[in-house]
Design a protein around this ligand. Sequence first.
Ligand code: KG4
Ligand code: ZN
Length: 337
Amino acid sequence: MIVLGIESSCDETGIALYDTHRGLLAHALHSQIAMHQEYGGVVPELASRDHVKRALPLLRETLTKAQVQAANIDAIAYTQGPGLAGALLVGASVACGLGLALDKPLIGIHHLEGHLLSPLLASQPPEFPFIALLVSGGHTQLMRVDGVGQYSLLGETLDDAAGEAFDKSAKLLGLDYPGGPAISKLAQSGDPLVHQFPRPMLHSKDLNFSFSGLKTAVLTAVKKYPEALTDNDKANVARGFVDAIIDVLVAKCQTAMKQTGLKRLVIAGGVGANQQLRAALNAAANASNPKKRFQVYYPELEFCTDNGAMIAFAGAMRLQAYPELATKNYSFNVRPR
Ligand code: KG4
Ligand code: ZN
């Protein structure tokens, strides 16, 4: 079965073809980051218009790369939500139009399921069951994953998402959108002893997170400098922030592994690209006490942030597990929330 995947929930247009026998055939991506940068964040109307421009050329590019005729696609998967309503509508209408023209079934995919299953696209994928830490710009969740479609929420953020905390703190330091990669890079040259920021909910016994206080602590620290921050000051604040957020993310993962007794941890979503997080998780997974050891799995770096491959893959997995989900009812609705 060949599944076409279409992702357009935010500021990336992603198209991919996944074959259940041969794996990922091809994918193409256009990021709008440069376009939104001058506004300091994603402008929804501009995002929608750009998806309109990009979707069909990227589709042609993907079909050519994969050497697949559109008529040979078996099903079309598109991101149904969550995301920006206008942006989602573009992907959904492209999927619907293609489905109608080619007489192929559609399946709407939850964007987070795409992220959640993306580590299974790696060359050495984890087996079920596993714990997943989903850390993106809009969500921070710990899930237990027993199979495709078998997800239980163990904990989530009570306020800001991890990616949001990265982006907002980076903005306070005058860094460009999206701030996650920028603040992490800056943190590498920072002194860890200058700023000790709070680790919200580190010791709460549950698996929930809270990051808005950390962002406020960064704001307070920035305001305390009597003059404009030097590059060195910024690096120190960045370091304090990154160390704090990573401590919390790692500690919650350890608690989840301990509470469930599972031995596989999967990291998904944009923040999963963070090198400090990866290093800290790898260290935690190699605990000196063998009973506390676990294995960590990451998606390929290019599939951490939004992409079409994860949607094509999630569509294929869902259709294999639940074929009745395929529909030729071409009236679509998106679910921004
Ligand atoms: O998963 P994603 O592409 O989109 C959503 O579904 O939200 O995640 C985007 C988020 C942004 O907040 C971005 O700053 C963050 O992931 N991010 C990072 C890194 N790369 C992307 N955060 C920290 N370190 C990174 N290297
Ligand atoms: Zn995403």
